[in-house]
Write a protein that binds this ligand. Structure first.
Ligand code: SDX
Length: 437
């Protein structure tokens, strides 16, 4: 272990203290400030956690300058090219790639757990028909905690493993059921003869009342859909301490039920600055409406007095390029060519991308299209309803959330997350009775 320290001098009191520097396997050295308050009486202030490592993790490494993303050491481009989503999920959860037997067992367990309790469907039915699917996801996944609570021993690693598996397995079934509810169609049961993405598409698009089964007749979508979905799910599976994963960890730190913790992650993902961006990209494109209006929207994005931002552009960590966006961009173009998509929004998106990438404002701030600029466009090409885009992100990110939950719960040094605050309110004062105010 490194003996490097960093000295802090308090100019007011002339007191100094040495803080240890911790080295990870890769990446920036990190100052361990946990004793700062006891030594010098200070807290640190870091809005948005721009310089703060909130935990140690061995799952995902990101180098934002180099555009590097590794899962358990494996580069994302290799995983995207060679593996399946469930293989990546196994890798994230178990630290190593599975051998054939381990993968087969994992896949069959996921299939076995994909069915949902009939009573859970009652929760979905309770939503109004026009409820946003993400609102349903937050509620329904949270309500799994009511089904799996009393027998759950979170100190038992096997109980934790099963909880993680259940979440991964049931998420597509719940997501498709929410979609079916919102369009007033019958629930489609999961099928064990289909692989993960095929099964999801079948539950989304099959219509038994018309004797039409998506997967048998490829009735509604191009057969390459499952393949593309598999790629998108791999690219979205995990991304370190993003807002939703940090939320899952924070909720878990209280010892809360895992299904409730993942519901908290879903809620955090929904925002347009995070996973909701893929849906927001499509709304933005619709608002722009025509290529001739692009300059007007670019101007608005640059205007500090306008809250409008170019959705799908920029990233907290990537200041060069998002390696996932590079992979997905290629797929996006191939898919649009193959499907011979004639949707004018696609042409508009490609033109917006081109214009923004040449604009000084975006170049200076290193604002590039992120993974969600393209994912929304691809989901649209696959005919996934726009209000389901962030739900798609939820399915994929569940692999990451449960892996971080497993890692956190097995950490012998885990503590409740309890940030401090810099109080800027009114100082102590006396209560005045109503007639004296
Ligand atoms: C995801 O964290 C993750 O890992 C997330 C994620 C994952 O896999 O989990 O990768 C998924 O959430 C992708 C991000 C999706 N969100 C969007 O596409 C929404 C649009 N993007 C922005 O809102 C924004 O870029 C964020 C939220 C992604 C990042 O916000 P930061 O880190 O707070 O941005 P910043 O402060 O570093 O911005 C620097 C400058 C600012 O201008 P100045 O004050 O320096 O003049 O760039 C400007 C910002 O105003 N800016 C933008 C912009 N994004 C940043 N200006 C116009 N349009 C934008 N999209």
């Amino acid at each position: 272990m490194s003996k490097q320290t960093i000295s802090i001098l308090d100019n007011t009191t002339a007191r100094t203290t040495d803080l240890p520097v911790i080295e990870g396997t890769l990446g920036h050295p990190t100052v361990d400030i946990h004793a700062l308050n006891s030594k010098l009486g200070y807290f640190t202030y870091d809005p948005g956690f721009a310089s703060t490592a909130s935990c140690k993790s061995a799952i995902t490494y990101i180098d934002g300058e180099a555009g590097l993303l590794l899962h358990r050491g494996y580069p994302i481009d290799q995983l995207a090219e060679k593996s399946s989503f469930l293989e990546v999920a196994y890798l994230l959860m178990h630290s190593e790639l599975p051998n054939q037997h381990e993968l087969d067992t994992f896949v069959s367990e996921v299939k076995r757990y994909s069915i949902i309790h009939e009573k859970l469907r009652g929760f979905i039915d309770g939503f109004h028909y026009d409820a946003h699917p993400m609102a349903m996801m937050v509620g329904v996944v949270g309500s799994l905690s009511a089904f799996y609570h009393s027998e759950l021993d979170m100190e038992d690693p096997e109980h934790r493993r099963i909880s993680a598996l259940r979440l991964l397995a049931k998420m597509p079934t719940i997501a498709a059921a929410c979609h079916k509810h919102s369009i007033g169609e019958a629930f489609i049961y999961p099928r064990e003869d289909l692989e993960y993405c095929e099964n999801f598409l079948n539950m989304m698009f099959s219509r038994p009342s018309h004797q039409q089964f998506y997967i048998d007749q490829h009735h509604y979508l191009d057969p390459m859909a499952a393949k593309v979905l598999n790629l998108l799910f791999i690219l979205h599976a995990d991304h370190g301490q993003n807002a939703s994963t940090s939320t899952v960890r924070l909720a878990s730190s209280t010892g809360a039920n895992p299904y409730a913790c993942i519901a908290a992650g879903i809620a955090a993902l929904w925002g347009p600055a995070h996973g909701g961006a893929n849906e927001a990209v499509l709304s933005m494109l619709e608002d722009i409406g025509h290529p001739r209006r692009i300059p007007e929207f670019i101007k608005r994005a640059k205007d500090k007095n306008d809250s409008f931002k170019l959705m799908g552009f920029g990233h907290r960590v990537y200041k060069n390029f998002d390696p996932r966006a590079t992979i997905i961009r290629q797929t996006c173009h191939t898919l649009l060519d193959n499907l011979a998509c004639e949707d004018p929004l696609f042409d508009l998106a490609m033109e917006l991308e081109e214009i923004a990438l040449m604009d000084d404002y975006f170049i200076e701030r290193k604002l590039y299209p992120n993974v969600d600029f393209y994912s929304g466009i691809i989901y649209k090409a696959l005919r996934i309803p726009v209000n389901m885009f962030t739900v798609m992100f939820t399915l994929a990110r569940t692999a990451g959330w449960v892996s971080h939950w497993l890692e956190f719960m097995s950490d012998p040094n885990r503590r409740i997350s309890r940030p401090r605050q810099l109080y800027v309110g009114v100082g102590p004062r006396d209560y005045a009775p109503l007639d004296k105010r």
